[in-house]
Write a protein that binds this ligand. Structure first.
Ligand code: ZN
Length: 837
């Protein structure tokens, strides 16, 4: 379908002012289709002109100002006749439920057969639900009514009221729900969730909060409700206090755990949707709870950044996401027990940000070239989120926090319920701060690439610094960026000290006189406390000492800087991947923060799977499994159990895992629950130590949505020809597969252990993938490349096939972007392997 271009959006915004939508949905028409009526009141500034309304579905009838109009519906657009000054357009349509998480998604819970619907409208999928002017700067009030099966709960952006039960048609009894008007709002923030939800409610400070999940997860919501509500309430208090403004969308705030949600969560006004894997049904490490807390705070930040003041066009996605990312971590650090939020941010979010910013698909935080919505969608990535958030941390440091937040308050009051751009934000902050920030914004937000900070030191005969300077190099061709950093001095004894240093807009190295005369450090860490977005050099001698230095460093964010930059050296082929794994084995047992080990361990697995030649993978896995067994005795035991389940290689370890599944030799404090049982089974299936019978038996014991996905992953991981053939069919040809199952197939299919078995599929992947773009939505393409790419087939051939695919000029934007990224990772892995030899 043609994607709305920026030029079309500008033209239409100049022509129209939209006042209101009255949307009626009929969810009682069976398992394929739903009905919609969209009644749009809008004004036209040039009567007699025409435009179009978007609809991805089948229009049944339409009237403009009471007169029927001929349905000129091509692709996703209905062309309108000449407009009057004041207009009422009514479009009656029928839409299809999706399986991709875009538009109105329909999921069936295998646990009990219950149906759950959820509308995801961003960035241009409101048109899959009802006819609309699908662009963010045509805000209007939206009033929703829904007819649904009588037993269902229906949730929307506004507060809903259920009417009396009526006898319906074939579908049985129905009920009609009426929702309070919301807005003015952008239609990409529209949602409706419907099904037999289990709900919990709590009121705090005049706002009614709701948490909802599917019925089969009710016991888990009941058990976790207090934690969820408490976090929600504290975060809302923080935002209202800091922004000096009440929550701007009425007196209710729902959060809904949604099956098969495509992304992590979505900031629909008054009704945030969240992937329901985050309602835990098994024991999880604290890092998972920290992540969920961050997501709650992130989506809530959007109620101001995005929902109240909305980007005018998708080139300013960062105005939504960079702020929500920054505040999500910041607020969790202040209102929860997870005080190490910036350390977590460093390894979990910024590290991929550095990776993305040094890859071929990078773009400025605030790009100027987003020609259509399809290209805007591509920037939901590690640049718009963590790099942008890092830039905002720098900006807050530059202005001072008080001025920074005063500027944001002024921005909200100036642009409330309207749209804004980069220039509007920077203009307001400049005004409030009394400093022109245009140059800062140009250097930080309009450029790409990572600055590198290097220390130049001289040490005297007594082992003391006689000179220390910080030098900075900008990415090729880029301008120098200003930085406010801390230089961390970590001596052989003691906990070290961070010295503030400002790097102004000059190329000259900046001296650090405070360090002169001090003993030379074991580690001199530029970007201590992780205040800026820059790579820092670690010397070979420093790398050798990290195992001793890391456990003595008191600040999680600083330790995250060490891990990030050590990893950068692995990726650059300057430090063998095995050394990184060994460092983890040395340092993680002493790591107190819950936020760091999961990311570091994932990197270790990635190093073993892709950055080491095949024959050196098992030795690295043995180190990891050994580390996991050490961690089993400490606070990271839940994490350790899952790592052992993924990395076990020796007979003894595999027998131990098999025993765990039988409830034997289980370490204290490690419940062998559904998720861990599936993890172990996946490992055993991958190695041919369990087969279809064990998978079927496990699924019988855990006949849930999560169980079905896990079973799909296990079946794709069976090391035999027939299993791979069946998995391939699902991966490349099944048009009804859900996003979750598609991802699971990809994860199971390309196991490093199965290189011989899957070898013939590598060229087939590149040959068949482009054809799937004809019937796959952007969301499913994202998964088909994200999880389906042969990332473990690290070879010159895979690189060549990637290059050949990218040489085609007919790839859909999402397909091209994801392949560019995945192909780059093959090249990185090849370089890392070359260095490992
Ligand atoms: Zn967001």
């Amino acid at each position: 379908m043609p994607s709305l271009t920026q030029a079309e959006a500008v033209r239409r915004a100049a022509l129209l002012a939209v006042d209101s939508y009255a949307v009626e949905l009929d969810l009682t028409r069976g398992d394929q289709l739903f009905g919609s009526v969209s009644r749009i009141r809008f004004r036209c500034h040039q009567p007699g002109e025409s435009t179009f309304v978007e609809l991805t579905g089948r229009p049944v009838a339409a009237t403009l100002n009471g007169a029927p109009i001929e349905l000129d519906h091509r692709d996703n657009r209905v062309t309108l006749p000449p407009l009057a000054a004041d207009n009422e357009l009514v479009v009656i349509a029928e839409g299809e439920y999706t399986r991709s998480g875009e538009g109105l998604h329909r999921a069936v819970d295998p646990a009990d057969g219950e149906v759950y619907l959820c509308a995801s409208s961003a960035p241009d999928n409101a048109q899959r639900v009802f006819a609309c002017f699908d662009q963010p700067d045509l805000k209007a009030t939206v009033t929703l009514s829904v007819t649904a099966p009588a037993p269902w709960t229906v949730l929307g952006n506004g507060a809903g009221t259920r009417g009396a039960t009526e006898s319906g048609s074939d579908a049985g009894a129905v009920a009609r729900w009426e929702f309070e008007p919301v807005g003015p709002m952008s239609v990409y923030l529209f949602t409706v969730c419907a099904g037999t939800f289990h709900s919990r409610y709590r009121e705090h400070d005049g706002i009614g909060y709701g948490w909802h999940c599917r019925a089969s997860l009710a016991e888990h919501l009941d058990e976790q409700a207090d934690e969820l509500f408490t976090l929600t309430e504290r975060a809302m208090d923080w935002y209202q206090r800091t922004f000096a403004m009440r929550y701007p969308f009425g007196a209710k705030y729902d959060q809904v755990f949604v099956p098969e949600f495509l992304y992590g969560a979505m900031e629909n006004i008054g009704c945030v949707t969240v992937r329901d894997e985050w309602l835990y049904r098994s024991a999880v490490p604290d890092s998972e709870r920290q992540l969920r807390a961050m997501v709650i705070a992130h989506e809530m930040a959007h109620m101001w950044f995005g929902d109240l003041v909305t980007l005018r066009w998708w080139d300013d996605l960062w105005l939504n996401e960079s702020f929500a990312e920054f505040l999500g971590f910041r607020v969790v650090g202040e209102v929860s027990r997870y005080a190490d939020a910036w350390g977590f941010f460093g390894v979990f979010r910024k590290l991929p940000g550095y990776q993305a910013d040094q890859g071929p698909a990078t773009h400025p935080v605030a790009p100027t070239d987003v020609p259509d919505v399809a290209h805007g969608l591509l920037n939901i990535d590690a640049i718009s989120y963590p790099k942008g958030a890092s830039a905002l941390r720098q900006l807050a440091a530059l202005l001072g926090e008080d001025t920074f937040f005063a500027g944001l308050r002024a921005y909200f009051s100036r642009y409330a319920y309207r749209n804004a751009t980069l220039a509007d934000l920077i203009g307001t902050l400049s005004e409030v701060g009394g400093v022109d920030l245009t140059g800062w914004a140009d250097r930080w937000l309009r450029t790409t690439g990572v600055d590198v900070l290097t220390a130049h030191t001289r040490v005297d005969a007594a082992g003391r610094y006689s000179a220390v300077e910080v030098a900075r190099s900008a990415p090729a061709g880029g301008p120098v960026r200003p930085h406010r950093i801390r230089v961390g001095w970590y001596p052989a004894t003691g906990t070290g000290e961070g010295i503030p240093v400002t790097l102004p807009l000059t190329d000259d190295p900046v001296p650090v006189p405070e360090l002169v005369g001090r003993p030379a450090a074991e580690l001199l860490l530029l970007n201590d406390a992780d205040l800026t977005f820059a790579r820092v050099d670690l010397t070979p001698a420093e790398l050798d000492r990290l195992g001793a230095v890391l456990p003595a460093m008191p600040d999680a964010a600083s330790r995250a800087v060490v891990w990030t930059n050590a990893w950068e050296l692995v990726r650059a082929g300057r430090w063998p991947a095995e050394r990184f794994v060994e460092l983890a084995a040395t340092a993680l047992p002493a790591e107190p923060s819950p936020g760091l080990p999961p990311s570091v361990l994932r990197l270790c697995e990635r190093a073993a799977d892709t950055y080491l030649p095949a024959e050196r993978r098992d030795p690295a896995l043995r180190v990891l499994a050994g580390l996991a067994r050490v961690l089993l005795a400490g606070p990271h035991r839940l994490l350790a159990a899952s790592v052992l389940a993924r990395c076990a290689v020796t007979d003894e370890e595999l027998e131990l895992l098999a025993d765990w599944r039988r409830g034997e030799r289980v370490p204290e404090g490690v419940p062998v629950d559904a998720e861990l049982r599936w993890s172990i089974l996946f490992r055993l299936a991958t190695l041919g130590l369990a087969g279809p019978a064990e998978i079927d038996a496990e699924l019988t014991a855990d006949h849930t949505a999560a169980g079905e996905v896990a079973a799909t992953r296990c079946r794709a991981a069976l090391p035999d020809v027939a299993a791979k053939r069946a998995a391939w069919q699902l991966l490349m040809a099944d048009r009804s597969i859900s996003n979750r199952h598609l991802a699971a197939v990809g994860e199971g299919f390309w196991r490093p252990e199965h290189a011989v078995l899957t070898d013939e599929y590598v060229p087939r992947y590149f040959a068949e993938l482009p054809g799937t773009a004809a019937w796959r939505s952007p969301g499913l393409l994202l998964v088909a490349v994200g999880s389906g790419y042969p990332s473990t087939a690290v070879s010159e051939r895979t690189a060549r096939l990637g290059a050949e695919l990218l040489a085609r000029d007919d790839l859909a934007p999402m397909l091209r972007r994801k392949v560019v990224e995945a192909d780059h990772e093959i090249h990185v892995a090849l370089a890392a392997r070359a260095a490992a030899r």
